[in-house]
Ligand binder design. Structure first.
Ligand code: GFP
Length: 835
C-alpha cells in the first residue's frame, strides 16, 4: 500500500493514525492505560497486548462501517455456520491485511522491541480440530478480501483443542488456556444476548385466530452471549464479523435457593449453563450419547438464527424474504439442526404457514459435506434428541413425512429406498440422521474436491442424488494465500513479487507467470537459496526446542496433519524403517540424506492413533542415536501441531506426504499449502491430490498406490494383508523389527496392537501399497539429487497452484450457491450517523 492510499483511508482520529510516532505513542498509551504498566515492569505479553489493542483501534472504523452494511435491507449476507473456526494467531495476518506490518515493525523497534517477539506471545484460538475448522477460517478471510458481506457463527469454547505434550514419546493432553491472559481481539455484546431453550415438553393450543399451534414449554433456558471478532480483508475496508457464542446462566444467581440456605444449589444452574461452551469435542471419537455435544450444536445454531432474524427484522425485512437477506451455509452436519430450528422459529414463533416457512428454509440453506467416513456421519439416538429438543423432533417428523410422500412418487413401490432416505434410521435402535436433515433442508449440497463430490453421489448420498441431481455440486477447497504464502513465507513472497509484481496476492492464478522462470538458472539459484534459508530456520528451531541436530541440506520429508490410520503416518514409518534396514545391511550405502518430520494430534480416545505417535517417537529415538546412520536419516516429531507451529513448516518442506488410502481423504488442504510453497508431493489419487496433480502436471508429482477402483476390487475379492507380508521381504523385515521390541527397549507387547492390525486386518491397505510407496520414494531420492530438475519442479508446483486459492473457492460459492455480490465499504469518520 502506498502512503497515499494509507492516507486516503485514514480517519482523522488519534486512535487511527498510522504515523510511526503516533503508533509508538499509542502502544505506550495502551501499555499504561489498558495494561496498567510502565515499560520497565511490563512483560512481553503486556507489550503484545498493548500492540494488539493499538492495531484493533486502527481497524475499528473499517469494522463499524462494514457492520453498517449488514443492516442495509438490500444487502444479502452470507452466514457461515460452523462448530469450528481454527483461526490461528490474529496479529500477524491483521498487520499484513491492513498493510501496516513495516510501520508497526519500526514503531515497535523504536520502543526497543522486536515485532517477532511480540508476535510469538499470542495464544492462538484453537477452536477447531483440523481441516474443517481451518477451512472455515480461510473462507472467512477470503470473504472479507473479496468484500462479501459475511458473518461467521460459531461457539466460543473456553477450552479449545488440547495442547499436546510428549512424555516418554507418548502424547499427553494438556488443557488449552487460550483465554488466560485475556483476548484483545474480541468484543462481548451482552446487549445482543438471546435465550436458548432445552428439554421439557410441547403443548397444542388454538391461537386467537382459531389456528392450531404448538408451543414448547422448556425445562431450562440458557443465555447465549455473542463475542465478536473482526476479520480483516486484504487491502480493502471490508472487515467482517466472526460472532462466537458463550453460554451463561439465564438467571446468574438463584435467589430462591440461596434464601433457603442452599448456596451450592444457587450457583449450580450457573455452572451447568456455562458448561455448555466449556470445551471443544475432539474428532475421531464416537459422539453417540454425548448429550453436551448436541446441546452445543443446538445452542449456537439457535443463537445464530435468532440473531439473523433480529437483524433482518431490524432492517424492516419480512420473514417471508428471510432467504433474500441471508444465505446460510452449514459447515458439515454439526449445524444441521438449523433446518428444524428455522422452521420452529418461523412457524411457532412468527406464525408463518408451514409451506411458506419451508420454502424460506430450503432457499436459505446450503450444505457442505466434508467426509465419507461412516463414523463422522452424525446421528443422534431418538430418545436423547427427543428429550433435549422435543419440539424439533416433532418438526423433523413432519418434514420427514412430507419428504417421504414426495420421494414415494419418485421411487414408486420401493419401500427399502424410502427407509434408506428417511430422516429417521429405524434399522435397529432409532436415530435422527443429521446428514439427511441437511440434504432435505438445503437447496445445494456440495463435496470439497472433485473426487469426493463424485463419491458422495455414488455412495453416502446416492439416494438423494437420484432424487435431486440438480442440488449436487462440487466446491474444491482452497487456502488463503495471505496466510499460507505471504505471511508464512516472506522470503519466497518477496522473490515472487520482485519477478511478477504483487497481483498474485489476490489473484493467485498470476503465479503462473513464474513458469517463465522455471528454467532460469539465476532464478533457480535464488529459489534454492530461499528454501535452504527457511530449512535452516526450522533446523535451528528444532535444535533449540527438541535438541535434535538436523542437516538443512537433507531432504525435508514432512507429514503434518491429524494422526489417523486412514492418513497412514505408519506407512511413512515403514519407509523409514526400510531405509534404516538398508543402512544396517550395508553401512556404506549411498542414500540421499533425509529428515522425516511429523506433526499432528491424536484424538484423546483414539488408542491406535496414540500408538502411532509412540511408534514414530520410538523409531526416532533409535535411528537418531544410531552412529551407523551417520546423519543420513533423522526423525523428528514436532509436538503441539497447531496453526502457529505449522506456519514455519510448510515453507521448509521439500517433500509433502499425502498418502491416505484412496477414497478416504475428502480433500485435504495441507496438500495445497505445501505445494504452494514449492514442495513436491508424494501422494495417492485421493481427495484434492487428484486435482493438484492435474494442475501441476503429472511429471511434477510423485504418484503411487491403488486407485479407488483397485481398493474396492481388492476389498471385495477378500484382501489378505498376511500374503503381502509374506511375499515382500523388506516389508516383512520392517514389521518384524517393530514386533521384535527393537524400538521398544525389548518390549514385544507395546506395538503388538499396531502390528496385528496391519498383518491380520489392515483396513487401510498399507501392506498393499507398501511396495509402490517404497519404489516411489526411491524415485524421489534420485530426483532430489538432480538439483536443477528438482528446483524446476518445485517452481512449477508453486506457479500452478493458483486454482487452490480460497478466493477461487469463495467466488464459486458466491456465484453458484449463495448468489451474493461484493459491496465495497465506504469509510465515514463517524459511524453513528445512520447506524
Ligand atoms: C475434513 C476432511 C478433509 C478436508 C477438510 C476441509 O478435515 O479432507 O480437507 O475437512 O474440507 F477430512 P478434518 O476436519 O477431518 O481434518
Amino acid at each position: 500500500m502506498t502512503t497515499e492510499q494509507t492516507q486516503s483511508i485514514q480517519v482523522e482520529d488519534d486512535r487511527s493514525g498510522l504515523g510511526i510516532e503516533t503508533l509508538r505513542r499509542a502502544i505506550a498509551d495502551n501499555l499504561f492505560y489498558l495494561q496498567g504498566k510502565w515499560p520497565e515492569i511490563a512483560t512481553l505479553n503486556d507489550f503484545y497486548m498493548a500492540l494488539a489493542n493499538t492495531v484493533r483501534d486502527r481497524l475499528m472504523p473499517r469494522w463499524l462501517n462494514t457492520i453498517r452494511n449488514y443492516r442495509r435491507s438490500e444487502v444479502r449476507v452470507v452466514a457461515y455456520l460452523s462448530a469450528e473456526f481454527l483461526l490461528g494467531p490474529h496479529l500477524g495476518i491483521k498487520l499484513i491485511n491492513l498493510g501496516i506490518e513495516e510501520l508497526v515493525r519500526q514503531a515497535v523497534a523504536d520502543s526497543g522491541l522486536a515485532l517477532e517477539d511480540l508476535l510469538a506471545q499470542e495464544e492462538e484460538p484453537g477452536l477447531g480440530n483440523g481441516g474443517l475448522g481451518r477451512l472455515a477460517a480461510c473462507y472467512m478471510e477470503s470473504l472479507a478480501t473479496l468484500e462479501i458481506p459475511a458473518i461467521g457463527y460459531g461457539i466460543r469454547y473456553e477450552f479449545g483443542i488440547f495442547d499436546q505434550e510428549l512424555r516418554d514419546g507418548w502424547q499427553v493432553e494438556v488443557t488449552d488456556k487460550w483465554l488466560q491472559y485475556g483476548n484483545p481481539w474480541e468484543i462481548p455484546r451482552p446487549e445482543s444476548a438471546v435465550m436458548v431453550r432445552f428439554g421439557g415438553r410441547t403443548e397444542a393450543y388454538t391461537d386467537d385466530e382459531g389456528a392450531y399451534r404448538v408451543r414448547w414449554i422448556p425445562a431450562r433456558v440458557v443465555k447465549g452471549v455473542p463475542y465478536d471478532t473482526p476479520i480483516v480483508g486484504y487491502y480493502v475496508n471490508t472487515t467482517n464479523t466472526l460472532r462466537l457464542w458463550r453460554a451463561e446462566a439465564a438467571e446468574s444467581f438463584n435467589f430462591q435457593a440461596f434464601n433457603q440456605g442452599d448456596y451450592y444449589g444457587a450457583v449450580d444452574q450457573k455452572i451447568y449453563s456455562e458448561n455448555l461452551t466449556k470445551v471443544l469435542y475432539p474428532n475421531d471419537e464416537p459422539l453417540q450419547g454425548k448429550q453436551l455435544r448436541l446441546e452445543q450444536q443446538y445452542f449456537f445454531v439457535s443463537c445464530a438464527l435468532q440473531d439473523m432474524i433480529r437483524l433482518h427484522r431490524g432492517a424492516g425485512g419480512d420473514l417471508r424474504q428471510f432467504h433474500q437477506k441471508f444465505a446460510v451455509q452449514l459447515n458439515d452436519t454439526h449445524p444441521a439442526v438449523a433446518v428444524a430450528e428455522l422452521m420452529r422459529l418461523l412457524v411457532d414463533e412468527h406464525r408463518l404457514p408451514w409451506d411458506a416457512a419451508w420454502e424460506v428454509s430450503q432457499s436459505t440453506f446450503g450444505f457442505t459435506n466434508h467426509t465419507l467416513l461412516p463414523e463422522a456421519l452424525e446421528k443422534w439416538p431418538l430418545p436423547l434428541f427427543g428429550s433435549l429438543l422435543p419440539r424439533h423432533l416433532e418438526i423433523i417428523y413432519e418434514i420427514n413425512q412430507r419428504f417421504l410422500d414426495q420421494a414415494r412418487v419418485h421411487f414408486l413401490g420401493d419401500s427399502q429406498k424410502l427407509a434408506q432416505l428417511s430422516l429417521i434410521d429405524e434399522s435397529g435402535e432409532r436415530y435422527v440422521r443429521m446428514a439427511h436433515l441437511a440434504c432435505v433442508g438445503s437447496h445445494a449440497i456440495n463435496g470439497v474436491a472433485e473426487l469426493h463430490s463424485e463419491l458422495l453421489k455414488q455412495t453416502v448420498l446416492k439416494d438423494f442424488y437420484q432424487l435431486w441431481p440438480q442440488k449436487f455440486q462440487n466446491k474444491t477447497n482452497g487456502v488463503t494465500p495471505r496466510r499460507w504464502l505471504l505471511l508464512c513465507n516472506p522470503r519466497l513472497s518477496q522473490l515472487i513479487t520482485e519477478h511478477i509484481g504483487t497481483d498474485w496476492v489476490c489473484q493467485l492464478e498470476q503465479l503462473r507467470q513464474l513458469e517463465a522462470y522455471a528454467e532460469d538458472r539465476e532464478f533457480q539459484r535464488q529459489w534454492r537459496q530461499i528454501k535452504r534459508a527457511v530449512k535452516q530456520d526450522l533446523a535451528d528451531h528444532i535444535q533449540q526446542t527438541l535438541n535434535i541436530a538436523i542437516n538443512p541440506d537433507s531432504l525435508f520429508d514432512i507429514q503434518v496433519k491429524r494422526i489417523h490410520e486412514y492418513k497412514r503416518q505408519h506407512l511413512n514409518v515403514l519407509h523409514i524403517i526400510t531405509l534404516y534396514n538398508r543402512i544396517r545391511r550395508n553401512p556404506d550405502i549411498d542414500i540421499v540424506p533425509r529428515t522425516f518430520i511429523f506433526g499432528g494430534k491424536a484424538a484423546p480416545g483414539y488408542i491406535m492413533a496414540k500408538l502411532m505417535i509412540k511408534v514414530i517417537t520410538s523409531v526416532a529415538e533409535v535411528v537418531n542415536n544410531d552412529p551407523q546412520v551417520c546423519d543420513r536419516i533423522k526423525v523428528v516429531f514436532l509436538p503441539d501441531y497447531n496453526v502457529t507451529n505449522s506456519q514455519p513448516v510448510y515453507p521448509a518442506a521439500d517433500l509433502s506426504e499425502q498418502i491416505s488410502t484412496a477414497g478416504k481423504e475428502a480433500s485435504g488442504t495441507g496438500n495445497m499449502k505445501f505445494s504452494l510453497n514449492g514442495a513436491l508431493t508424494i501422494g495417492t489419487l485421493d481427495g484434492a491430490n487428484v486435482e493438484i496433480r492435474q494442475a501441476v502436471g503429472a511429471e511434477n508429482f510423485f504418484l503411487f498406490g491403488l486407485t479407488i477402483e483397485e481398493v474396492q476390487q481388492l476389498q471385495e475379492s477378500g484382501y489378505n494383508p498376511w500374503d503381502y507380508y509374506n511375499r515382500t521381504p523388506d516389508l516383512k523385515e520392517a514389521i518384524n523389527l517393530i514386533n521384535s521390541g527393537f524400538f521398544s527397549h525389548g518390549n514385544r507387547e507395546l506395538f503388538k496392537p499396531l502390528v496385528d492390525s496391519l498383518v491380520y486386518d489392515d483396513p487401510y491397505l498399507l501392506l498393499a501399497d507398501y511396495s509402490a510407496y517404497i519404489d516411489c520414494q526411491d524415485t524421489v531420492g534420485q530426483r532430489f539429487r538432480e538439483t536443477d530438475t528438482w528446483t524446476r519442479m518445485s517452481i512449477l508446483n508453486s506457479a500452478r497452484m493458483g486454482y487452490f486459492s480460497s478466493d477461487r473457492a469463495i467466488r464459486e460459492y458466491c456465484q453458484d450457491i449463495w448468489h451474493v455480490t461484493p459491496i465495497s465499504v465506504q469509510l465515514k469518520p463517524y459511524v453513528q450517523a445512520d447506524a
